[in-house]
Design a protein around this ligand. Sequence first.
Ligand code: GLU
Length: 498
Amino acid sequence: MTSSLISNVVRTRIAPSPTGFLHLGTARTALYSWAYARHHGGQFVLRIEDTDRTRLVPESVEKILESLRWLGIEPDEGPGLGGDYGPYTQSERVESYQAAAARLIAQGDAYECWCSSERLDAVRAEQQRLKQPPKYDRRCREDAGRAEAQREAQAEGRGAVVRFKTPLEGSVTLDDAVRGASTFDVALLDDFVILKSDGFPTYHLAYMLDDDAMRITHVLRGDEWLPSAPRHLLLYRALGITPPVLAHLPLILGPDGSKLSKRHGATSVFEYRDLGYLPEAVFNFMGLLGWSLDDKTEILSHDEFVQHFTLDRVVKNPAIFNVEKLTWMNGVYIREHTSADRLTDIFVARLDADLPASIARPIDRAVIARVVPLIRERVKLLSEVADYCDFFLSDDLTYSRDDLLGKAFASKPDAAAEALDRVITVAEALADWEQVALETELRAVADELALKAGDLFSLVRVAVTGKRVSPPLFESMEILGSARCVRRLRASRLVAGR
Ligand code: GLU
């Protein structure tokens, strides 16, 4: 068997199951693994752990790769990406696990277990009754028990699993790159299954053989694997593999302190994309879920993460997933860290997806480019963009008379009608259709009619945008142009009545 550390190039990986999406926890592991590899000039590998045949979802690999790319975390090797250490999909490596299991049996470090699941359930129930920790009772560890169990199994047409023969005593020390050293009593460990009766391996056996074959030097994985780490150390030893550096990353918890799950809302990367978050913001936010540069820096680019990422700054305590913070950060990226050009592209794509088919395509990029500076200060989620922009792209405004009149004119529609008449006259006469002139003229109308400027502006806002809340009025009117605004004002005049 080869040693994992045959060269000093850093190689990291993620090993998701093909469940159809990239979970945020896996995405965070990917980000750290990628940043760590890049920091050291090494490689980052994608491997698919598809040995749980009950959980396969078609096109998962494409979705995982797409999610990683969306985040800007590009694997160097993986299924469909090439690389010297493939195949990168476990179901294509089954023979290597079976060979390793056979070797462990031959050298006395593993054994076939023929016990039925009914028997295992009964053993567990009895242990529960006696308030003992659940544990396989090792019946098949000895020849006599195994022969008996095998006869029963063969009579019933059942196959065997392979269990690791955990030493009965001693200790193992895990030197975790995040958590430091801890020593475990081997006597407390179980004879765990390494090969299932369908011939597929369990995670424990498969991951370490793959990591070894793929020359992985640093395994970053979630804290949920920490309890398994002592068994893994024993299995590495039996297999003659030098363990890679193990780094257990803090759990991600929901705001209520329980492990992040569907109950807390979206948990996959694409759900956040669809909700309207920018990849840079999701990346940055996840980067700080369990790691920090110092206690103040909140905004870091991909390059800065790569430059600064070290394992000693990974925190030990669970990280709390605070979606308000993500939304705030998204706003920061929209306002300050995205070029107007790119933001225009992003807005146009989003409008294309979100606006009804009745609005003409392609979306007029030139118009949106002018709108971007007006709304980027306000938009926190891309899902809000359609509501800010639709009236620039469609003349089909749908507002009610109540919307138009608002509180200010609710009881005096005549005053609204008169005000709109004045505004139309002034608008038609305005030679230079630009925001400063528009504001000056409308303020003059308000004075002349003894209206509050704000009340008049609200009336005009609904008339030209169809909304009581919109991007800045005069800038919007400038972009809409005089002919369109006058048309809309005339239409609103009819709505106001009389
Ligand atoms: N398939 C495992 C998971 O997604 C991989 C854990 C690991 O990184 O080793 O949790």
